[in-house]
Design a protein. Structure first.
Lengths: 148, 405
């Protein structure tokens, strides 16, 4: 049995387990490998189109490779007025990539997101779901240093 | 500080939410015990009499919703909505982080009222740490025996605002794309895996233990008579105290912003407040003495919604903020129905045009017309609410639009 199959099979008998299986794959790989999606379709007895349709509906699921660390900048209204634009610029500059891209070493992917529910200290950036509060453009290097 | 009224958050910071024993030590699980001694009809009546209305936005009487569940169905589900996707809102996270056991107890009370022994909590994907916390809290509650034969499973969402809509949420638990269903049938009749299902918000469930322990009359006596109890509000934007407060529902917006929020930083003047999250209306100064309860907010063309309070000071570019909000809705529209899929796209397009100085008054008229179409024709609350920030700012802050032209 392939490694993907093993992860997916664990959710086979969970009602509605397809999304749970995707979460498990992402915990391991940080994304859903194309081959894993094909395997998931087989295990859950749905068409590949449906397996793909589910995976692409949700912004936290990603089919195909991306970085080890997913950096997300919240751009919802409270973070927007707290200066999210400036922080995005600083992130782009520090990483040398644009929003939606992954660094050449495969380490960082930069994404925009809507509210992550930490609005007590805007603007907010998350790195693999860990929130950083009150982020200023100056604070960006220090955050990235934790992962470099 | 007297304007606060901690009920759900009375022991915030003093008990470990993952430990049933901590909660029991401060009187927890007594409400469930009491509910077990009541017959089902009396329990339903007690919840109805308390006047508890949904805290997730629609404000429906909780006991009434439960009473629609047909009793002859052999399987029924209790589902907790912890999707909390409304920007500016984090009160359900706070409830879980401070008093998760009250949520579990509330779900079990609902289970008794509708004869269900299976609950689900649908937690947004942005809160993996809350998922972990809840799983520990459930294990502890099960081990203590407090939950009896009521089981609760936690499912994690994956980043889709629309999944907060109850039927989309159900689709998502079932492992599908989170697209809203046509209603009727309502979930109370045909919900999760076609079984009757009650969907309530975290805060709604967490009120129940206190209602059972202190009585319906006690709860009905707090705050506004038609929307009684407390509400947790989260303050963001231009206020000194950007934090959360549990308040009685008859507190006014002015009290929330100036007494609890400490007013606006830097001695600046107030421009507008958006209540209920990003889908809420923008409210001008003249309406600040309105109480926050569901009906009072409705009367001024606004909504309490999730209880998020976003304050803008006089220096803020309100058209720019609304443009950002229109992008949110374009992004989050699930695409199932045309008025919303196309409408949110056009709203964003027109707002961009105006915001970049290329708009004219005809664009404002187009937005007003589009808003009317979407409110009438969109399938779910997302598309219906999407134009509200635009419409309310055109109404109250039209000069800000004209200045851009
Ligand atoms: C687009 C959309 C998003 C919603 N998001 C949430 C949410 O995050 N949390 C919530 O409790 N209710 C949300 N709702 C409301 C739910 O559909 C439902 O009314 C609510 O969960 C019922 O619980 P209550 O009666 O306890 O408020 C949303 C509705 C819509 C249309
Ligand atoms: S109103 Fe929008 S979110 Fe709701 S079903 Fe229609 S397209 Fe989907
Ligand atoms: S608005 Fe950015 S975290 Fe909530």
């Amino acid at each position: 049995m392939s490694e993907y199959r093993e992860i997916i099979e664990a959710y086979k008998d969970v009602p509605g387990g397809l999304i749970e299986a995707y979460h498990a794959l992402q915990r391991k790989y940080n994304f859903i490998p194309e081959q894993a999606l094909i395997e998931a379709a087989k295990v859950f007895k749905v068409s590949q189109a449906e397996a793909y349709g589910v995976a692409t509906f949700y912004s936290y699921l990603k089919v195909g490779k991306r970085g080890t660390y997913i950096i997300r900048m919240c751009e919802s209204a409270p973070c927007h007025i707290a200066g999210a634009d400036k922080v995005v610029e600083a992130l782009e500059k520090a990483l040398g990539i644009k929003v939606g891209e992954t660094t050449a070493d495969g380490k960082f992917t930069l994404e925009l997101t809507e509210c992550v529910g930490q609005c007590q200290a805007t603007p907010v950036v998350t790195v693999n779901s860990k929130p950083y509060e009150n982020v200023t453009p100056e604070a960006v290097d220090k955050i990235l240093a934790e992962y470099r | 500080m007297s304007k606060q009224r901690p009920v759900l958050l009375e022991y915030a910071g003093k008990i470990d939410p993952t430990k049933a024993s901590d909660y029991i030590a401060v009187g927890g699980y007594k409400g469930l015990e009491k509910a077990r001694q009541m017959d089902r009809k009396a329990l339903l009546q007690e919840v109805k009499d308390s006047g508890l209305r949904g805290r997730g936005g629609a404000g429906f009487n909780a006991g009434m919703k439960w009473s629609f569940v047909p009793q002859d169905a052999s399987i029924k589900y209790v589902v907790c909505n912890l999707d909390e996707g409304e920007p500016g809102t984090y009160k359900d996270r706070v409830i879980c982080e401070q008093n998760a056991q009250a949520l579990l107890e509330g779900m079990a009370i609902c289970g008794l009222a509708i004869s269900s022994n299976q609950g689900y909590i649908y937690c947004r994907g942005e809160y993996p740490f809350v998922v972990e916390l809840l799983r520990k809290a459930i294990a502890s509650a099960k081990e203590s025996g407090a939950l009896g034969d009521f089981d609760i499973e936690v499912r994690m969402g994956a980043g889709a605002y629309v999944c907060g809509e109850e039927t989309a949420l159900i689709e998502s638990i079932e492992g599908h794309r989170g697209e809203p269903r046509f209603k009727p049938p309502f979930p109370g009749v045909e919900g999760l895996w076609k079984a009757p299902t009650v969907v309530n918000n975290v805060e709604t469930f967490a009120c129940l233990p206190y209602i059972l322990v202190n009585g319906a009359a006690w709860f009905a006596g707090i705050g506004a008579p038609k929307y009684p109890g407390t509400k947790i509000v989260t303050l963001t934007g231009d206020v000194n105290n950007r934090t959360f407060f549990e308040v009685p529902t008859d507190i006014t917006l002015r009290e929330v912003i100036y007494d609890l929020g400490g007013g606006i930083p830097g001695g600046k003047k107030f421009k507008a407040v958006q209540v209920g999250g990003t889908s809420g209306a923008f409210i001008p100064e003249e309406n600040l003495d309105t109480p926050i309860d569901f009906d009072s907010m409705g009367a001024i063309g606004a909504a309490l919604g999730s209880g998020a309070v976003l304050v803008l000071d006089e220096t803020r570019d309100i058209v720019d903020v609304v443009t950002r909000i229109s992008k949110f809705f374009e992004h989050e529209s699930c695409g199932k129905c045309n008025p919303c899929r196309e409408g949110t796209f056009r709203c964003r397009e027109l707002m961009n045009k105006i915001n970049s100085g290329k708009g004219n008054e005809a664009d404002i008229e187009k937005l007003i017309l589009l808003a009317r179409v979407m409110q009438k024709a969109a399938l779910c609350g997302l598309g219906q609410a999407a134009p509200i920030p635009i419409e309310s700012t055109i109404k109250h802050f039209r000069p800000a639009y004209l200045q851009k032209m």
